[in-house]
Design a protein around this ligand. Sequence first.
Ligand code: PGA
Length: 260
Amino acid sequence: MSARRPLVIGNWKMNLDFVEGLHLVQQLGVLMKNRPVEHVDVVVAAPFVDLRSVSSIVESERFAIALGAQHVNAHENGPHTGEISTSMLKRLNVEWVIVGHSERRMHYAMSEEIVRETLAAVVRAGQHAVLCVGEELSIRENATYHEHVTAQLTSALHGLEERFHDLVTVAYEPLWAIGTGVNATSDQVREMTTFLRAELHERSFTSAKVIYGGSVNSDNAASLIAESDIDGFLVGGASLKAESFYAILRACDDCYAVKR
Ligand code: PGA
């Protein structure tokens, strides 16, 4: 594992209404109060309609959980029916925004250009952007995945002012591992972490964290974090239950405490 403080983000996707979301955060908060995860930054990326109530409970109970959104529109306001702006999210204390998740790229026509504009809007609003990159299976199999993620990185970060570099985190999320139950191996994750860090350094993103997402769960988190030099995880399915998400947080916390 790297010497950086781990970051673990739960991406609820289109799951849990606000009542269910409240319940989950309450349970998670209690687990974290009983045995704190001292060395991990914890974020939940809830659906838009859950954010208000999740934000209230996190604040009133003083849970050490930051709020994230799964997407945002790059425009400040105006005729964008169905969309949400960064300033709306800021009002709800949202500090993190996932940008360019593969599901948005694939199913909601999120082009490289929109990814770049969205990332710029997020960091200019003072929020942390979690840029998702990753290849599909055919690209992994024909061994052009380095070129693929480099192109995604180059496009998304193009022209971003240096003063915003600290607000960028990169999530390596190979599509073949997302929601499939087949996670990338520690070796595969380590290889991509090293590669992405070098690419980020070259672009003067020297403090950017690199996290991994794709079928991370309570069984594989400990070995992935210990063996792959990754800075944390973006967790989908396993973030929907307090116990499994907490187990992932524990794995990162224990590993960091030992390795530091
Ligand atoms: P998964 O999703 O953990 O369910 O594979 C990860 C993600 O899409 O961010």
